[in-house]
Unconditional design. Structure first.
Length: 95
């Protein structure tokens, strides 16, 4: 069985050019430190999408929002973002 991190890499790799992704080690350290959080959306054992964000005292910063190509167009990205915004209830910054 794959780990959440392996599923996250799969979604990010399918969604972004490698040149725009942070190094895997950097993302892993950000998540392990607790600075960043994530939600991973799955359909049984198939990863569909993920959202990664960093929490700061006065705002959150969306690091990545990614949906695999075969899962796009169904509102999953909006659902992930709404879940985070409802949970965090603070200013959100997008790049």
């Amino acid at each position: 069985m794959k780990t959440d991190m392996e599923h996250i890499w799969h979604v990010l790799d399918e969604s972004f050019d490698p040149l725009v992704l942070r190094a895997r080690g950097t993302i892993k350290r950000m998540l392990e430190s607790g600075l960043c959080r994530y939600i991973l959306e799955m359909d049984e054992d198939i990863p569909l999408g993920t959202i990664l964000w960093c929490r700061f005292p006065e705002f959150i910063f969306f690091e990545y929002l990614a949906v695999t190509p075969h899962a796009r167009g169904r509102g999953l990205g909006a659902k992930l973002m709404k879940t985070v915004l409802d949970q965090e209830k603070c200013l959100a910054v997008l790049e």
